[in-house]
Design a binder for this molecule. Structure first.
Ligand code: FRU
Length: 482
């Protein structure tokens, strides 16, 4: 594409596949992420959405319904198989969500310190506009998980009637921090799983018998530890199989580049400018802005046994060094395009986690390549697939902090976007013009092919589908029973 006046060209990425164990990490570069601003409209009235409608989530109405009156609901995932199919179990659709008590005296922004995994179920083929999700309660018995707080993950059906719940076991040490939401002793985080049984009958779905196993702790080399950075990220496991490597199970997760906080040095590859680009930044200038504090990566691990209780780290799939500090809830989605498997890596990120000199919205970002490890090409050249309506000409805000007066009231309308089969994207509502959420957003649809994505505004009403629409596409058991 022709360069936008005043902006650098994006980095060239080949999409070439490497062995999953190879020492090659794709880079989401500053040159790539600068395309977000290159594609944004500099002339909108303050507070309007400055992004293209193709990458903007349609506006959520302020009078959205609460999915449940007793718990706030945020990060959510479906019961899946190893190919990201969404499983109907004996006639029921089942989803898992982080939940926190709405009546315990803390606010929605304190949810992270009080998070538990809950689950919901409803009849397969229910009318998503009318039939509510039934709340099944907490998935695990009190004090049974590893850690004292349960953060995001994914759930796989195994052997027909068992589930493996991969989750982040977060441990807070400071009660004051838990209640006040931040500022205390930094929490620990390990990746864990729980193997348990799923049951279904006419009245619904239940789980029991969970056995918890700790799977991974950061190594400090490829993946940053708490000792290296109290604000480290090590979480959000998502497991899958790759038809190109039969018999293996892989896991992607959110990490940070190993090493002590503040010691990373921005490199020419992190910037990714073409030689001679008149709009390139100099490595030293970027380093001087403190951009080295932002060191997100998407990690990869491979299972070493069939029970998926032993895992080995592989080098990160993607890094965003000197670009952004968080690439959360990563997932791999394989799509056949013109007879060839293309691998889409999706991950969510925030506006406030961008490095100095970078600007982008809260939303989901995508990367495409020829294998799980490849020289990933950011979708739409920038990486941005779907963001909340934002005026990117105004400075970045933090969802739980102060918000600059003129900003679009929907800049934090939704987060934790998760891409389902057929490009259906679900997320949770955070803040719609000051009305706090804690409930699932209307599902939207993005069409993506060849590394280009576009919001489908013919889906639902002007692009907004039913609230919390997570349909299943594969049936297991119970055909005709319920
Ligand atoms: C995304 C996220 C996840 C984490 C969870 C904690 O919304 O930050 O990375 O597991 O929320 O609440």
């Amino acid at each position: 594409p022709a360069p936008t006046a005043g902006f650098p060209l994006p980095t060239e990425h080949t999409q070439k596949a490497y062995d999953p164990a190879a020492d090659f990490t794709a880079k989401w570069t500053r040159a790539d992420a600068k395309q977000i601003m290159a594609q944004s409209n500099p002339n909108v009235a303050p507070g309007e959405n400055s992004m293209s409608p193709d990458v903007t989530m349609p506006e959520i109405p302020e009078d959205f319904p609460a999915m449940n009156d007793d718990v706030w609901v945020w990060d959510t995932w479906s019961l899946t198989d190893e190919h990201a199919n969404q499983i109907s179990y004996k006639g029921w659709d089942v989803i898992f969500s982080l939940v926190a008590d709405r009546h315990a005296g803390y606010g929605f922004d304190q949810r992270h310190w009080n998070a538990r995994i809950g689950y919901f179920f409803r009849k397969t083929n229910a009318d998503p506009a009318k039939d509510k999700w039934n709340y099944g309660g907490h998935l695990f018995l009190p004090n049974s998980s590893i850690g004292n707080t349960e953060w995001s993950g994914s759930t796989r059906l195994m052997k027909g009637d068992q589930v493996n719940v991969f989750y982040t076991a977060t441990t807070f040490y400071d009660v004051a921090e838990r209640n006040a939401g931040g500022g205390g002793i930094a929490p620990d985080a390990v990746i864990a799983k729980a193997l348990g049984n799923i049951h279904a009958d006419k009245s619904g779905v239940t789980f029991d018998g969970f056995k918890h196993t700790k799977l991974l702790e950061p190594d400090g080399k490829m993946y940053q530890t708490k000792a290296q950075n109290p604000g480290f990220a090590f979480r959000d496991p998502y497991t899958f199989a790759d038809p190109a490597h039969p018999g293996k199970t892989f896991m992607v997760f959110e990490g940070n580049t190993g090493g002590n906080r503040g010691e990373y040095e921005c490199k020419a590859e992190d910037l990714g400018y073409k030689p001679g680009d008149p709009h390139a930044e100099k490595v030293q200038d970027v380093q001087n802005t403190g951009a080295y504090y932002q060191t997100a990566n998407v990690g990869l691990a491979v299972a070493e046994n069939k029970d998926l209780t032993k895992w080995k780290f592989l080098p990160p799939l993607l890094s965003a060094n000197c670009v952004n500090d968080q690439t959360e809830r990563p997932q791999i989605f394989i799509q056949n395009e013109d007879g060839k498997n293309k691998y889409y890596l999706f991950t969510i990120s925030h506006q406030f986690t961008y490095a100095a000199g970078m600007r982008g919205p809260d939303g989901v970002y995508g990367f495409v390549g020829d294998g799980i490890r490849s020289d990933y090409q950011p979708v739409n050249n920038s990486g941005l697939a779907l963001g909340s309506p934002t005026d990117l000409n105004l400075p970045a805000n933090n969802p739980s902090g102060t918000i600059s007066g003129q900003q679009n009231g929907r800049q934090f309308q939704a987060y934790s976007h998760y891409v389902q089969p057929n490009g259906l994207v679900q997320s949770f509502i955070d803040n719609v013009n000051g009305v706090r959420g804690g409930s699932l957003s209307p599902t939207v649809k993005i069409n993506f092919k060849g590394g280009v994505s576009q919001v489908d505004r013919s889906f639902g009403q002007d692009g907004l589908g039913p609230f919390g629409y997570l349909p299943t596409n594969v049936r297991v058991g119970g055909e005709g029973l319920y």
